[in-house]
Design a protein around this ligand. Structure first.
Ligand code: F6P
Length: 373
């Protein structure tokens, strides 16, 4: 194995609490334990395409453990293996049907890494970004993956960093709307992120004592949710809290799409189901309903203590994995242990979803929560 002297760190996809603590842990471990040179790739894969590297020293990471976002910036659009073609004026080149055309520009990125003498690339990302990580690994780049996403939907790891902070924020959101629900006898609907996985809504819904939890894995019948709210009211409960995943599906299986971002690798942005559910529940129950969308508030701000510790463990383990030559692998939390798994296995599998018959759903149901099923 070639001796590892220079490494680079890249943060890709949506920002997430814990990115900076991972950057800090990788940089500190690499410099102080192994005397490596550390570089940051700025702006995610976009920066890798453009060779945008900066040197990182201990002083650059000293004060970042409390900071949300990423000091290296990120991009959630750029898949270098399927990159939209632009003409000399910067306009997209389209085919005869008006669709974008694509090319594979990954060789450009590999050349930048070679030119900079980078021996290993640490990629902090979710399933989209780690798919590219796997593809760079297949091209011979020494890649180490670190599992990031507030959605916690990545296969082969129990928890991604960022999830704990995001569910704490979502729980706080549920706690806060409870006040208005109680004071005004309203149905308070809170829309929670998570794409097509219901982990965030399920955890926050249990922690925030929601009366109904609507998640993508359990298609909901709005009539059943309304019946539950009416029954609670008949029993003297004058307000209701409904936690709904942005990706929740009614019985017709459709999700509510907020917007389509044409040049994004994952073009669908979900959103709007909370307002729809509130409107329907108001009509069906006769009680006033309001919707709140937490949106990017869930992704922002300082990482929780739990995420800072998990990120530090991941960062440290990632450097150790690199020094053992464990390329093409991702550090992962299984039980209480940090282990490593092949990126081929992580990406080869479907994303991780809530089991509709699993323990957490049973716990919620035992607490009287309605899933609309
Ligand atoms: O994957 C993280 C996430 O926050 C999802 O929960 C959400 O659907 C999506 O990213 C939003 O992406 P954007 O910041 O591009 O709107």
């Amino acid at each position: 194995m070639k001796e590892i002297k220079k490494i680079a760190i890249l943060t890709a996809g949506g920002d997430c609490p814990g990115l900076n603590p991972v950057i800090r842990a990788v940089t500190k471990t690499a410099i102080t334990k192994y005397g490596l040179e550390v570089y940051g790739v700025r702006h995610g894969y976009f920066g890798l395409y453009h060779g945008d590297f900066i040197k990182l020293g201990l002083e650059d990471v000293e004060e970042i453990i409390t900071r949300g976002g990423t000091i290296l910036y990120s991009s959630n659009k750029d898949n270098l293996f399927q990159y939209p073609v632009k003409d000399e004026n910067g306009e997209f080149v389209r085919d005869e049907n008006g669709k974008l055309t694509y090319e594979d520009v990954s060789d450009v990125a590999v050349k930048h890494l070679d030119d900079a003498g980078i021996d290993a690339l640490f990629i902090l990302g979710g399933d989209g970004s780690l798919t590219s990580a796997r593809d760079f690994s297949r091209k011979g780049v020494n890649v180490i993956g670190i599992p990031k996403t507030i959605d916690n939907d990545l296969a082969h790891t129990d928890y991604t960093f960022g999830f704990d902070t995001a569910i704490s924020v979502a729980t706080d959101g549920l706690d806060r709307v409870r006040t208005t629900g109680m004071s005004h006898h309203r149905i308070m609907v809170v829309e929670i992120m998570g794409r097509s996985a219901g982990w965030m809504t399920l955890h926050a819904g249990i922690a925030g004592a929601a009366d109904a939890i609507l998640i993508p894995e359990i298609p909901y019948d709005i009539e059943k949710v309304a019946e539950k709210i009416k029954a609670d009211k008949a029993n003297g409960k004058e307000f209701s809290i409904v936690a709904v995943s942005e990706g929740a599906k009614s019985l017709d299986g459709k999700q509510v799409v907020l917007k389509v971002i044409e040049d994004s690798a994952d073009s669908i942005r979900l959103g709007g189901v909370g307002a729809l559910v509130a409107d329907q529940l108001e009509k069906l129950t006769g009680s006033e309903a309001r919707a709140t969308t937490l949106g990017h508030i869930q992704r922002g701000g300082t990482p929780s203590a739990h995420d800072r510790v998990l990120s530090s463990r991941y960062g440290y383990a990632a450097v150790e994995l690199c020094m053992r030559g464990g390329f093409g692998r991702m550090v992962s939390l299984q039980g209480d242990k940090i282990i490593d798994v092949s990126l081929e296995d992580v990406i080869g599998q479907k994303t991780k979803n809530v089991d509709p018959n699993g323990e957490l759903v049973s716990v919620a149901k035992a607490m009287g929560v309605c899933f609309g099923d």
